[in-house]
Design a protein around this ligand. Structure first.
Ligand SMILES: [Zn+2]
Length: 294
């Protein structure tokens, strides 16, 4: 067993014995501060906040050693006791009004200054749920690092789909759930969805503001399948190259895409629409056909 392999085993054991619900994050009212954690480049805890840092050290270790995705050093994470403290922290870091009008209060957001999380939400989740949320949001922080904070130039389906690919990989590497199990769940979710939007309708961040949880899950699942297919065909390095190019000039994302991928953006979207239909039809129930449209 080499050092990397033994490291994975150790991480798995740590994650398996830590449950988010076992953590007592501060919950003493609106005035309670958010706890601040710091993690070094190789996943080592920095700072002095007791407990909880294991929630962040393991995913950061995986980002550095296994996924090869950059994160700021040190990585900062804030765990806030409730919505009031969370909203105040988001506004303080990202600017007044940044908290916005989410249809469903988020559990975490990725900002330039680090990850901001709702401790009251995490306390109700199991360890896999927490690891998944943290992996997803860390991916967005990695997007910011790659694109020098111009990640919003990318279509949202790429950002969200990639965050889901990474979430499933982290859950697999940490021993919670295999990648194939996560993927099968996605196929079930889109198979039971009556309608799915075309990827063209998932290009802006606001396109994801929906009221229905099943619809939201199906949209994230669709984006996951699209990014999975993109990286299967052209490799993850090409996706990273695309995200890194966003920092250059003022070009539209289609122009950057054309410099990186050998297939025109619009062709890929059309081909994926056909692929999505075929994935839906593989579902066992004939009534579970996927209808791709607006
Ligand atoms: Zn996201």
């Amino acid at each position: 067993m080499n050092i990397l392999a033994s490291g994975i085993v150790a991480l798995t054991l740590v994650l398996m014995t830590v449950s988010c619900s076992s953590h007592t994050f501060p919950n003493s009212g609106p005035a309670a501060p958010c706890l601040e954690y710091k993690v070094g480049a190789r996943g080592e805890p920095l700072g002095t906040v007791p407990g909880g840092s294991d929630l962040f050290t393991a995913p950061v270790w995986l980002f550095h050693h296994k996924l090869k995705l950059p994160l700021p050093v040190p990585l900062k994470a804030y765990v806030c006791p409730d919505e009031v403290a969370f909203a105040a922290k988001v506004d303080r870091i990202a600017g007044v009004g940044a908290y916005g009008d989410w249809r469903q209060p988020p559990t975490g957001v990725a900002t330039e200054a680090g990850l901001i999380l709702r401790g009251d939400h995490l306390s109700r989740m199991d360890a896999a749920g927490c690891a998944g949320i943290i992996a997803h949001e860390l991916t967005h922080i990695s997007h910011q690092t790659l694109a020098a904070r111009r990640q919003d130039r990318a279509p949202s389906w790429i950002l969200e789909g990639h965050a889901e690919v990474v979430r499933f990989r982290v859950l697999d590497l940490a021993g919670y759930r295999t990648y194939d199990q996560s993927r099968a769940e996605v196929l079930r979710s889109i198979g039971t969805s009556r309608r799915l939007p075309n990827l063209r309708a998932l290009e802006k961040a606001k396109d994801w503001w929906v009221d229905s949880l099943p619809q939201s899950e199906a949209m994230y699942g669709e984006a996951f399948l699209a990014v999975e297919w993109l990286t299967e065909r052209y490799g993850t390095a090409k996706l990273v190259e695309f995200l890194t190019r966003l920092r250059l000039g003022d070009a539209d994302h289609r122009e950057h895409w054309g410099k990186v991928f050998p297939i025109p953006y619009e062709y890929f979207l059309d081909e994926f629409s056909y692929r999505l239909k075929s994935l839906g039809r593989r579902d066992e129930s004939p009534s579970n056909l996927v209808h791709v449209g607006t």
